[in-house]
Design a protein around this ligand. Structure first.
Ligand code: SAM
Length: 458
């Protein structure tokens, strides 16, 4: 299984792995060793789709001499392209959208794949493969308004952190965004089921969870608001850090900010996608807030949570965006001073309202690129200044993985900053106090302050 795109896709990959594991399938490390190859895809920008199409064509090479190999494309791009994908990549056997994963084992079986070597079937996978049976192609693209994958278990890689999906789909209609069309309407998971899952994760040694949803803070379930779910998750014994992504600014309420400020386990970091710093563009994006509203949310969060780190998403060159309107976005960046910004050039997505705007509105490619580069320069400059001002601090770091260099480990602070320092790989999962000594601009290098490390270790 190869996954492209956002954290929700990573989590969907874990869901599919869980569904298939229950049927006897095993994950292998290399596509060359697999009987089924699934490419789990993203549709948010054209560039992401082009990369996937290239990769799928490459994977087709594995079919030479292995006619039984099943090649599937799942996720948002599969849902968006549907039959077109089979036309453009006729060697793909399965096209499956994000609401159909429950039927994955059955679909693979229909295509001739079989989990494991269950042996007794006279017409086993190997026999079929040896015969080179062509099993046709299959598209499974129904959107199910109630599918929240209740009762299914994720298969996660071992580690101290875990993604926990609490919501699928989206009820917003941002005019640039394909998500509502490929993931359907918002579907929340039962609060009790989420809490049991987090308790189970804590029991297995996970100490940091990130709650996931397209507009995660619009979550609600039978009277349970997102803020109250967040409080309950933060109080699960063994859970030391809670994060959530991506919230919508309109649903950043006083109740949520209070929960963030009061629950010690909720990390001092908020991702707050602004998308633009200009009111006319925000209105045409159908973001449902103004620049003033957005600044009000920033102020509320900073007042309640001193030192909170803020990150954002920005789109430049939305159709019709003038140079002056783009400059308003730069102004917003300078006014807020985000710790991190994910920056994108508008990508036209057929089926979305913005794609139907008059062609004269589309910003020429060179101009869009110039705006993106200018924005990146401003965003990186601010990030470097903020991080430079944090050198000298001592921060609690959760060690997440070995570093690139032998004898180095990498982890994150509560404020979501990446820190590398000397340490043994066996310490993944531990907490350490680390003095921040240098920054590259985006990440830090530091040294563990040994006396404090013992004090904070779980
Ligand atoms: N829930 C988030 C929100 O509040 O909008 C959206 C998550 S989306 C998967 C990640 C980011 O991709 C968006 O915030 C947006 O900045 C960017 N994005 C979405 N559609 C885009 C498009 N058509 N062109 C460029 N960037 C896009």
């Amino acid at each position: 299984m190869e996954t492209y795109g956002c954290q929700m896709n990573v989590s969907d990959g874990e869901l599919m792995a869980g569904i298939l594991a229950a049927e006897g399938y095993e994950l292998v490390g290399r596509p060359e060793d697999a009987d089924v190859v699934l490419v789990n895809t993203c549709a948010i920008r054209e560039h992401a789709e082009q990369r996937v199409l290239g990769r799928v064509a490459q994977l087709n090479g594995l079919k030479t001499g292995r006619p039984g190999l099943v090649l599937g494309v799942t996720g948002c791009m599969a849902q968006r392209m549907g039959e077109t994908l089979l036309r453009d990549a006729p060697y793909v056997d399965l096209v499956m959208g994000p609401d159909s994963y429950r039927s994955l084992p059955e679909s693979l079986e229909r295509l001739g794949a079989q989990a494991g070597d269950r042996g007794t079937d006279g017409d086993s996978r190997r026999a079929r493969r040896a015969r080179g049976d062509r099993r046709g192609q299959l598209t499974v693209l129904d959107l199910h308004p109630a599918e929240n994958y209740a009762g299914l278990e994720q298969r996660r890689a071992d580690g101290p952190t875990a993604w926990v999906p609490i919501q699928r789909g989206c009820d917003h209609r941002c005019t640039f965004c394909i998500v509502p069309y490929v993931r359907g309407p918002e579907k929340n998971r039962a609060a009790g089921e989420i809490l049991s899952e987090v308790e189970g994760l804590a029991g297995r040694g996970v100490s940091e969870v990130t709650l996931l949803g397209q507009t995660v803070n619009s979550y609600h379930w039978e009277g349970v608001s997102f803020a109250s779910l967040l409080r309950s998750v933060a109080r699960v014994p063994g859970i030391r850090r809670v994060r959530f992504t991506s919230p919508h600014p309109s649903d950043v309420t006083p109740e949520l900010v209070e929960a963030m400020a009061e629950e010690p386990a909720v990390c001092e970091h908020l991702h707050l996608p602004a998308q633009s710093g200009n009111d006319r563009t925000l209105r045409r994006m159908l973001r449902r807030y103004t620049v003033d509203d957005f600044m009000g949310k920033v102020e509320m969060v900073r007042e309640a949570i001193p030192g909170v780190a803020l990150s954002t998403d920005i789109i430049v060159a939305f159709p019709g965006e003038s140079d002056a309107e783009f400059r308003d976005t730069l102004e917003l960046m300078r006014a807020v001073r985000f710790d991190e910004a994910y920056t994108y050039k508008y990508s036209r997505r057929d089926g979305t309202p913005a794609a139907r705007l008059p062609s004269t509105d589309f910003v020429p490619a060179a101009e869009a690129q110039a705006r993106l580069e200018e924005l990146i320069e401003v965003a990186r400059g601010i990030q470097a200044e903020i991080n430079q001002s944090e050198v000298g601090r001592s921060e609690e770091v959760l060690i997440e993985r070995p570093g690139r260099r032998e004898g180095q480990v990498v982890g994150k602070t509560r404020r979501n900053k990446v820190v590398a320092f000397d340490g043994c790989a066996s310490r993944v999962g531990e907490y350490a106090l680390v003095g921040l000594e240098r920054t590259t601009g985006a990440t830090f290098a530091g040294t563990e302050t040994s006396s404090a490390a013992t004090a904070v270790r779980a």
